[in-house]
Design a protein around this ligand. Structure first.
Ligand code: T6T
Length: 328
């Protein structure tokens, strides 16, 4: 498929790439007693073993090495604030100069992260954010609402006659996937050719995402499109489509571009992927942390770009560069 999407993808990537360069707002600075170098950073992932955070870790490590900082990476086994909190607490006890963290919930992680700040540790929010991000010197993320809308535009090109569309989300309270779900849902509701069936939550479990899709296709066999708003939801949605034998009938667009998603794109189960730039988020995060530690001005909010990958542009330089890494 579909030359049109590949072209649109290029435009989206270019347009968003341009916004990535200019963050908005200005953040805090701290001049007092700043060390001159050898900074110790810790990256707290949303969850361990996720190709998105592994790719971010690669960007963080490369930039830290360039700037003469050391970095360690920690992550809980599930995307869950009750598991991320003790990980963060043990990181705080190890007294890093700065923590780059992807909070797993907009409100539940607010207080644990504030405690890190109270210990004099600089905080940078990478990927996900908090209800009150002012605890951090900088918050860096993709344009998630824009990505959700782009996913709907892709489905619209794939299913131009319209019909029923479903969202497969992760869990409420995650800033990124909530924004993607809303971006997709708002765009679908605004288009009279489409009926938005709402979003169902996979709890970041591919097996649950697969069973959501199987049940939804039994209830509404005429579904024309599914948007899965992160890597594990997309992985499970693809399995559900395969199990239902609906590869040719239902168009699937997934956020993220891990190895499994790329495979699903190649075998035709998924038609388009919204690939984020996790390494860039990591690079920007390190730069902001070091600036804060040196007492320089930081940027409160930075938006990074995304690109849309289809079978058509997968083997292009852009497509190859967009694929996430399973290791650095
Ligand atoms: O989509 C990414 C990330 O942006 C999101 O916040 C959580 O899920 C992922 O890590 C993919 O699994």
């Amino acid at each position: 498929m579909n030359r049109k999407i590949a072209i649109v993808a290029g435009v989206a990537a270019l347009a968003l790439g341009a916004t990535a360069a200019c963050g908005s707002g200005s953040g805090s600075s701290s001049g007092d007693g700043a060390k001159k170098g050898n900074y110790k950073l810790t990256f707290v992932q949303g969850v361990a073993g996720d190709a998105f955070y592994i790719s971010m870790q690669c960007g963080i490590q490369a930039e830290a090495a360039k700037l003469g900082a050391t970095v360690t990476t920690q992550g809980a086994q599930k995307f869950d604030p009750t598991l991320q909190t003790p990980v963060l607490q043990s990181v705080i006890a190890s007294k890093p100069d700065a923590i780059l963290i992807a909070p797993t919930d907009v409100s539940a992680m607010q207080q644990p992260i504030a405690q890190a700040k109270q210990q004099g540790i600089k905080i940078v929010l990478v990927d996900t954010t908090l209800t009150d991000p002012s605890v951090a010197v900088s918050a860096i993320s993709s344009d998630n609402a824009g990505g959700g809308k782009a996913a709907f535009d892709a489905i619209k090109q794939l299913a131009p006659n319209g019909g029923k569309v479903l969202g497969v989300g992760v869990q409420p309270g995650i800033s990124t996937t909530d924004a993607r779900d809303k971006g997709f849902g708002d765009a679908a509701k605004a288009d009279s050719k489409f009926t938005y069936l709402g979003v169902q939550y996979s709890q970041n479990d591919p097996a649950k995402a697969a069973s959501i899709v199987s049940a939804a296709l039994q209830k509404d066999p005429d579904i024309v499109g599914i948007f899965a708003s992160n890597l594990f939801s997309a992985e499970g949605a693809a399995t559900g489509i395969r199990q239902a034998g609906k590869q040719d009938k239902v168009k699937v667009v997934g956020f993220d571009a891990g190895p499994d998603q790329i495979k699903a794109l190649q075998d035709g189960t998924v038609q388009a992927l919204i690939a984020q730039q996790p390494a860039t988020i990591g690079t920007d995060g390190v730069q902001q942390a070091i600036k804060a530690l040196k007492g320089e001005q930081t940027t409160a909010s930075i938006k990074t770009g995304f690109s849309i990958i289809t079978k058509d542009n997968l083997s292009s330089a852009e497509g190859q560069a967009a694929a996430y890494k399973a290791s650095c």
